[in-house]
Write a protein that binds this ligand. Sequence first.
Ligand code: PMP
Length: 417
Amino acid sequence: TDAGQTTETLPADPPAVAPERDLMSKFDGLIAERQALIDTGVTDPFAIVMEQVKSPTEAVIKGKDTILLGTYNYMGMTFDPDVIQAGKDALDQFGSGTNGSRMLNGTFRDHMEVEDALRDFYGTTGAIVFSTGYMANLGMISTLAGKGEYVILDADSHASIYDGCKQGYAEVVRFRHNSVEDLDKRLGRLPKEAGKLVVLEGVYSMLGDIAPLKEMVDVAKKHGAMTLSDEAHSMGFYGPNGRGVYEEQGCDVDFIVGTFSKSVGTVGGFCVSNHPKFEAIRLACRPYIFTASLPPSVVATAATSIRKLKHAHNKRQHLWENARKLHGGLTAMGFKLGTEKPDSAIIAVILNDQEQAVMMWQALLDGGLYVNMARPPATPAGTFLLRCSLCAEHTSGQIDRILGMFQAAGRATSAIG
Ligand code: PMP
């Protein structure tokens, strides 16, 4: 039996392991750092619980009504009545889960439906859905670039892109963040005949800055490299059809990776492409094959959401108005921001150090505003920042209240004069 593995039979006091052999010892530094933070009396920024979620922009945190300005719910689709109904119908008709891989028993009607919705949204011939965006990057990068080939990536790439490189066998080359020149130089040093994949992101999620994708794709093509752009933080509101920064800049990218966890409002990841052999990915990609597929309710909500996003012009426009208003207001107060202009729905407020960032974050939370605390190694160049991400459902009145809370917290913590 498995009796030997149940918790009841584990000794309450496990025998001490010599520190040098205790695999958990490597976390001592992290544990101490977290404890030191909590000992200062602040709420742990990495242990927030949403006790109740009232709308895409409001939740109850620690018993208090709080405006959400730190979610990826850019288009506010999580409470869309059609999206919710689609999920309920799928639960009723198909049950709670698929119990298997897409490759075997895990492809249901709505997995086909959501891939159809993606092909329609992006105007591509191919679409493949993964269980998360993280796995889409993991799978696509490790499967596309193999032994003897190269992945060339921006130094500020998302963790899932780095992990995709680690999962595969290609050589990895990094270039300076958003530097077309450095990309050109590094590609120029690689063997001409070797296969190459340049991995880019439309919007970089920490500072909210965008990539000069057009120039980068041109440089990649000049060197005979294929391109993949992660458009996780631009779907729904960037470009004439909401396809992303690559659409806005009019560039021809070989593979687009995206996620359902942001503008789509649920969970899941995908890759779309016009490559004639794209379907072969399903036969070779380990993070696609060796895991269970998304539950039917999730893919049904995603399909409905994506079909609605295609026509969400008013939401798109309002999201940009919100970004301009928040960026303009914070700049006028004297905050240092991650970008000079409102380049995306992410506005990063850069603070001097961890102490100021935590104090400011806490002051905002106490005032009824939730933003993301971000710190190295997630942030570039050792910065501590408060990341604000806007939602199309934030009202103009909410943005006024948000600005008021920033002003009060900024003064209380001397982040502004
Ligand atoms: N790519 C980027 C750029 C991201 O920011 C994220 C998540 N924050 C992902 C991929 C992973 O997406 P998911 O949440 O669907 O795993």
